[in-house]
Write a protein of this length. Sequence first.
Length: 264
Amino acid sequence: MAVSTTTRPNLRIVALVGLAAGALGGLFGVGGGLIIVPGLVLVAQLERRLAHGTSLAATLPIALASLSTYVVNGNVDWAIAPLMAIGTVTGAIVGTKLLTILPKRTITILFIVTVLATAVRLFLATETTGRDNLTAWSAVLLVLIGLATGTLSGLLGIGGGIVMVPAMVVLFGMVPLIAKGTSVAVIVPTSIVGTLRNRANANVDLKVAAVAGGCGVLSAIAGGIIADDISTGVSNMMFGVLLIFVAGTQFLTLRSDRDEAAVD
């Protein structure tokens, strides 16, 4: 189902948003929604729900491009990726349903809280020695993490890496680089299912998603190559600062929406 907007977004601006999102996806193992959502809302002037749905669609080619670099370098844990994917796919269905129900202000607040929580976590040092052998308990935990991630992905239009990567590092002691590679592997099926659901609910602009996602492919590959050479501490610091900036921009939209409501 095609989606029409009153004012078509400038596709050149959308392309720039995609390039930035691709670099983010490659560097940090996320889908790029952290950049795409604010970019589509603030710069491209897309309606909030439509921006979240379109963002999730745009993360698919970016995640695929990022994944290619992690696979080549052997930085994907294929033993746990399917377990998390079971949860994320299920969660994506739940999240896309919530996107049609929850008020825009609530969605924005959830986005800000999720981003800030991740930023705080990244500034806390963690020793990682690699994960232990999988047990029944750890397998269930991975599915539950995937479920929470998929729900946030479907609702907020993010790939889910901002939840999965810290969870894998903190709870399973995984090396951050491998956690990032595993994250983008899980993002791929999550994006597909979420986008199909959003399209059925008229919450995605496929043309905008194609431009943003397509332009993000090259920068995602470059980001993934660079990620292999950056230390964990530097990577976490860069990502944390970026998350705080993104949360700040979304807080400004929250205040703007409140002021407009007061005037009305």
